[in-house]
Design a protein around this ligand. Structure first.
Ligand code: 13P
Length: 282
């Protein structure tokens, strides 16, 4: 079914697992991600940036996500990732996205509450879900984490107040991860995550920058309440490496599929592997 974060994160909570949220950059990657979820018998969250949504077309993404959810009997959420602009959020929700993230994390606390609340109100018209963010997730340069003075962790007391005052469905937390970290790995603050988990009382937490998370840390963060696990860069990097090789290998008059399909196979196998880890079995 075509669903929201509410359904899939409630199931993840009940089973002490996380649902994978995978960023697609084009229309081709989307079916590969859903096929991986079908093979692993789990729900899946497809995320796009505002840029990808405009490039592919919001309604095209909605149509494919819905039709595959129907055809394969798998729960699919289509989620707008890191949106800061209300008009972009409205465009996605009006086109049928089932979920959005409002990223007001760089704003003062009160403004983040006000902006997020406004999005929650608009999203309620279509029954869509909303993810908010508190604290700052770090950034990278050339795939390596950069030390930033202004990165700060999510404060547990603020998290409780934020959840209560905004009515969000999931909270992205800053616990030391960085977006785009594919050449090094993150040192997560488990201590901070534990404090947040204890304060928010089972509320679904989201980890960003999943590419940089060590495999051996996945279970631990799930046991500490992470229910949505974002992975983007690892898929993108491997798509690019694989398709570069394929383009070099094949003649210019070969079907374009011969260059794209190997990249899709790699994406599918990475997504399957991540989903296996996120099931948190054994
Ligand atoms: P990575 O690209 O570092 O995996 O992060 C994905 C993400 O958090 C999207 O919001």
């Amino acid at each position: 079914m075509y669903v929201t974060l509410r359904e899939v994160l409630a199931e993840a909570n009940a089973l002490n697992m996380a649902v994978g949220a995978f960023n697609t950059h084009n229309l081709e990657m989307l079916p590969a991600i859903i096929r991986a979820a079908v093979a692993q018998k789990t729900p899946v969250i497809i995320q796009t940036s505002e840029g990808t949504a405009s490039y592919v077309g919001h309604r095209n993404l909605v149509a494919v996500a819905k039709s595959m959810a129907d055809e394969f009997g798998v729960d699919v959420v289509l989620h707008l990732d890191h949106a800061k602009n209300f008009d972009e959020i409205r465009k996605a929700l009006d086109a049928g996205y089932s979920s959005v993230m409002y990223d007001g994390s760089s704003l003062p606390f009160k403004e983040n509450i006000l902006g997020t609340k406004r999005v929650v109100e608009y999203a309620s018209k279509t029954n869509a879900s909303v993810e908010g963010e508190l604290g700052t997730v770090g950034g990278t340069e050339d795939g390596i984490a950069v030390a930033q003075a202004d990165v700060h962790y999510t404060e547990p007391e603020q998290a409780v107040e934020f959840i209560e005052k905004t009515g969000i469905d999931a909270l992205a937390v800053a616990i030391g991860t960085n977006h785009g970290q594919y050449k090094s790995k993150t040192n997560i603050s488990f201590e901070q995550l534990e404090k947040i988990r204890d304060a928010v009382n089972g509320f679904p937490l989201v980890i960003h920058g999943g590419t940089g998370v060590k495999e051996e840390d996945v279970r631990r963060v799930i046991d500490l309440g992470i229910r949505k696990f974002n992975v983007g860069t690892e898929l993108l990097v491997n798509w690019n490496i694989t398709s570069k090789d394929a383009y070099n290998e094949h003649k210019e008059n070969t079907s374009n599929r011969n260059n794209v399909v190997p990249a899709l196979e790699v994406v599918q196998s990475i997504v399957e592997h991540k989903i296996q880890l996120f099931k948190n079995i054994g």
